[in-house]
Design a protein around this ligand. Structure first.
Ligand SMILES: *Cc1c(COP(=O)(O)O)cnc(C)c1O
Length: 426
């Protein structure tokens, strides 16, 4: 039976048989036992599927990955220890030293640093493009050695909305996949595969877990990208892997399984960024209520954005779900049921006023976190970006007055009252 997304959040990924545990069991074991060496050899040769060592795969993780795979409408998925690991693997699985990747310039700071600094040291070059660029500008960024295009559905914290169809069209015209980090929208609000994206990544640390309990990541493959049709660009998938007895992933595991199998067999084997089964269990508990929570996060986000828009002490508000926002039309197209709970705004009076305002908040806690059931907020100019002067902040797209508020699932009237009383005191 084809399930709706709300049902998939609750029941996807794991269907117990007669007498088996109702809840996903935590398989807290590093290793798995076999009767003969031959049995185990087949696993090492990827001739049989099964578990042998939790650095590569664990049943608890695979149940939860299968749920996220169903939610996104993909063919295969894997959990990683963090969102950073998911984004690193998603690129490094297909781009090597000497290759080039195009990424949206408004992506999460941690991802920007991973691409522009750390992966650059590995010999992979990135070109950052404005997500609002024209097709012609995007096409001009491609090189013969370009291997992927990367963006975020809703960028953290810039709150730009990616025109997924435009990016997918240009990526495919150049024979490479589009990878989209869908952390902020979640599959409840947007399924990038339905718009031509090929690979989705997540920081499950955010809304999917949703309770600030466990750091984690996930990669999902749509199974739609034909690696073999572009075999010369993707030798890692389309020619024999000598470290795995000459297996050619795209042949043996097909279009739907090659990407995730290679990332597991090579990258997880060598880098070992596995999520702990305990964290995967907590992640699943979070996802069971994802659809219920997202509706409330969005309701609260919109109510707070509207309140801020009408407040005399607020200089500006950015929220893609707010009518009049620069990204409202794109948000309506890709996320008609809601965007996320994160709102950015500026306090009149700049840095000093923003700092004073933050001190007066009572419910909204000051944290470098977003997408949590509990409302939290951050003043980047005095916290994450405090080493920067105003000119450097501007280059990073952050103004000194900017406050990022992640609306939780509390009562929206209480959130507004908290903001209101803090404004009264400055
Ligand atoms: C937080 C975040 C990441 C990094 O994820 P971690 O789980 O913290 O490693 C990547 N992308 C986006 C959009 C994020 O918000």
């Amino acid at each position: 039976m084809s399930k709706k997304i709300n049902t998939k959040c609750v029941q996807g990924g794991y269907t117990p048989s007669n007498g088996e545990p109702r809840q996903i069991p935590i398989i807290q074991s590093t290793t798995f036992k076999y009767a003969t060496s031959e049995d185990m050899g087949k696993l090492f040769d990827l001739e049989a599927s099964g578990y042998f060592y939790t650095r590569l795969q664990n049943p608890t993780n695979d149940f939860v990955a299968a749920k996220i795979c169903e939610l996104e409408g993909g063919t295969a998925a894997m959990l990683t220890s963090s969102g950073q690991a998911a984004n690193f693997y998603s690129i490094f699985n297909i781009a090597n030293c000497g290759d080039h990747v195009i990424a949206s310039s408004t992506i999460y700071g941690g991802t920007y640093n991973l691409f522009a600094v750390t992966m650059k040291k590995m010999g992979i070059e990135f070109t950052f493009v404005n997500p609002d660029c024209t097709e012609a500008e995007l096409n001009a960024a491609f090189r013969p050695n370009t291997k992927a295009v990367f963006g975020e559905t809703i960028a953290n914290p810039a709150l730009t909305v990616l025109d997924i169809e435009k990016f997918a069209k240009c990526a495919h015209a150049h024979g490479v996949p589009l990878i989209v980090d869908n952390t902020f929208a979640t599959p409840v609000n947007c399924r990038p595969f339905e718009w031509g994206c090929d690979i989705v990544t997540h920081s499950t640390t955010k809304y999917l877990d949703g309770h600030g309990a466990a750091v984690g990541g996930c990669i999902v493959d749509s199974g739609n990208f034909n690696w073999m049709a572009h075999a010369e660009k993707f030798p890692g998938l389309c020619t024999p892997d000598e470290s795995y007895h000459g297996i050619t992933y795209a042949e043996k595991f097909g279009q739907g399984g090659a990407f995730i199998t290679k990332a597991t067999a090579q990258l997880m084997r060598d880098f070992g960024s596995i999520q702990s089964p305990q964290n995967a269990f907590l992640l699943n508990l979070g996802i069971e209520s994802l659809h219920v929570r997202m509706a409330r996060h969005c309701e609260n986000g919109l109510a707070v954005a509207k309140f801020l828009q009408s407040h005399p002490k607020v200089a500006w508000v950015t929220y893609p779900g707010l009518e009049g926002d620069k990204y409202y039309a794109l948000a309506q197209k890709y996320m008609p049921n809601g965007t996320c709970g994160v709102v950015s705004f500026g306090v009149k009076g700049g840095r000093k006023a923003a700092e004073a305002f933050m001190k007066e908040l009572k419910l909204a806690a000051i944290e470098t976190h977003v997408a949590d059931a509990r409302t939290c907020c951050l003043h980047p100019a005095s916290a994450t970006h405090r080493q920067m002067n105003d000119a450097e902040l501007a280059a990073a797209g952050i103004t000194p007055d900017l406050i990022r508020m992640s609306c939780g699932i509390e009562d929206k009237d209480d959130l507004i009252e908290d903001l209101s009383q803090a404004f009264d005191k400055i």
